[in-house]
Ligand binder design. Sequence first.
Ligand code: AHR
Length: 351
Amino acid sequence: MIKYKGIISVILTELILCVILTTGCGSTPVVLDNSVSGEEDDGRIVIGFSQLGAESDWRSANSESMRSTFTGEKGYRLIFEDGQQKQSNQMTAIRTFIQQEVDYIVLAPVTETGWENVLEEARKAGIPVILMDRMVDVEDSELYVCHVGSDFELEGAKACEWLKAYVEKKEIDESNLHIANIQGTLGSTAQIGRTKGLSDAAKKYGWDLIAEVPGDFIQAKGREAMEQLLSEYEDINVVYCENDNEAMGAIEAIEAAGRHTGTDIENGDIMIISFDGVNEDALSLVRNKKISCIAECNPDLAPKIETVIKQLEKGETPQKLSYVDEELYSSEEDVLSINAGGREYKVTVLR
Ligand code: AHR
């Protein structure tokens, strides 16, 4: 009886929340994707996951990492909410998780600022918040348990060191480099870090960074941004795309304009440098020499999140910041390793 009462009360709570969220206050309705991994949640660890959206192949792979890790069979119930690139949707999701009294909240924040109030609400409710992928910019780091993700600035530095090593090897005059940056979602940790990686390298090596334009990590926007760049700047010969989907869009625009992508920039090629490398679509562009170098961004973060949850279940304190290992991909054989952040990284040459 108690069990049925529990189930009925959960269903009623979710129905009421659903009505509030889809009709409330004239705001944009939140699309709920309550993918529940298990059929019953008795005794299961309940995780509310606020994913920021579905803008890229990386994001789909990251969502899949969460779904395949936190399964009902392993004793979890995963409540998945897609924020559709809106911080306000993510805040609503977190507040819903608090009302649902989930055991843990996993947050992949779209941008860094503005999280204090909602994280404070989670803290008051006694629900640990684990940050995944991107960071939040809050003064009180006790508002979250820990962060599991990538060192985006290091990724940027690695990609730039590959470019530096390549032009040196080929004896290309660096004053002939004219670089444009198609940035990711402005204000996101991935954009902030990768943009800084490039601007630091440009300052250090005296490179000509001619433009920075937003592409939101989306293929169609990468194409639009590249069309705009080609119409404004004749001399662009390197495009630093802050993810592979933008790179795919940029390649479409370059080819539609009758230009060629590749490393032969002294003879009219436009070199593409990119980030992610999550699937064969992107890696085949490296093999076909359309993308010259990809700095990997690893989306398979859920196993590390699971380790954190297991530690918390045992009353242990997880490491505050933990970065995943990532490599570089290229099909050029001239650069086999680079140095960045005081470490040597091997380049995986794809054939
Ligand atoms: O935060 C990780 C970045 O977000 C990935 O590089 C990009 O593809 C995604 O949208």
